[in-house]
Design a protein around this ligand. Structure first.
Ligand SMILES: C[S@@+](CC[C@H](N)C(=O)[O-])C[C@H]1O[C@@H](n2cnc3c(N)ncnc32)[C@H](O)[C@@H]1O
Length: 270
């Protein structure tokens, strides 16, 4: 039996243990999510206390929860005009996104859980010969791995295709730190954003929603990613914080207009 501690008015603030199996799934999902959030907060406070003094105090003052659009909205908006698009997701976890995606034809890669293929993205791309119209990258959140995922995705997404990346906007040094030292982890995926922004064969926007959702419009077959590895490899959160103005960031409404403008146009292209 899976049990979870909850406080409710009926329990008069004492902790009750309830069985998740005996309640409706929507309610058990909500309770699990809330309990994970509380765990995250405690973990965050513990780490902040532990690393106080070493820590970079700068922080983006963004409450992702207050922006009611997320990566699922982005992917389904991209698919709305072309539901027959072939969808590939790298890193699926508990299928929160994968199960919500409306594409008819979808493949999900994860070495641990979720999706359709139990393997790493490197192992998948080494064997893959299929073409995709939309690739969502959300696997291992390190710069070298994410960069490799983007380069491999460009090998199977042609002109008129899209690549979407999650977790491109760390709020502070703790979320960004590699190796991972926090529960909520963006890692240094953000470094790829600076390369995407300077790739002439790609058009890139960074949406200010859901921990940063990067959207790449592929402008030609065989498009290449700019290479800034030598410069970016050892950069940390302070570089991202200081240089974010160099990135093409958009809020949700401007991002939605940009997606709609291009996805409607693409519907009429061969
Ligand atoms: C943040 S979760 C993905 C969440 C999911 N995309 C969503 O939006 O709901 C990251 C997942 O990446 C997986 N992962 C880690 N390393 C990977 C790799 N090398 N290739 C593919 N997936 C990987 C992990 O097992 C984990 O389930």
């Amino acid at each position: 039996m899976t049990a979870i501690a909850v406080s409710s008015r009926r329990c008069l603030d004492r902790r009750c243990y309830v069985s998740l199996e005996t309640m409706p799934k929507s309610l058990s999902d909500r309770l699990l999510r809330r309990s994970r959030d509380q765990r995250k907060q405690r973990e965050y406070q513990r780490l902040q206390a532990r690393y106080q003094g070493l820590a970079d105090a700068r922080r983006f003052d963004i409450d992702w929860r207050a922006i009611n659009f997320n990566r699922i909205a982005v992917v389904n908006l991209l698919l709305a005009h072309r539901p027959a698009m072939r969808y590939l997701e790298i890193g699926c976890d508990d299928n929160e996104l994968f199960d919500a995606v409306i594409a008819k034809d979808k493949v999900g890669i994860d070495p641990q859980r979720g999706g359709t293929h139990r393997m790493t993205s490197d192992a998948f791309f080494a064997l893959n010969e299929a073409r995709y119209d939309l690739v969502f990258i959300d696997g291992l959140h390190t710069y070298p791995q994410t960069r490799r995922d983007v380069v491999n995705a460009l090998g199977c997404v042609g002109r008129t295709g899209w690549i979407v990346l999650h977790d491109m906007w760390p709020l502070d040094w703790l979320e960004e730190h590699v190796p991972r030292i926090s529960l909520g982890w963006t890692g240094d995926v953000w470094k790829v954003a600076f390369e995407l922004a300077q790739s002439p064969e790609l058009e890139f926007k960074l949406l200010k929603i859901d921990h940063g959702v990067g959207i790449v419009r592929v402008l030609k077959d065989g498009a290449r990613l700019a290479d800034r590895q030598a410069e970016l490899a050892d950069k940390r959160f302070d570089y991202f914080f200081a240089n974010i103005a160099d990135l093409p960031t958009l809020d949700w409404s401007a991002g939605r207009d940009w997606i709609e403008q291009h996805s409607v146009a693409m519907r009429f292209q061969p």
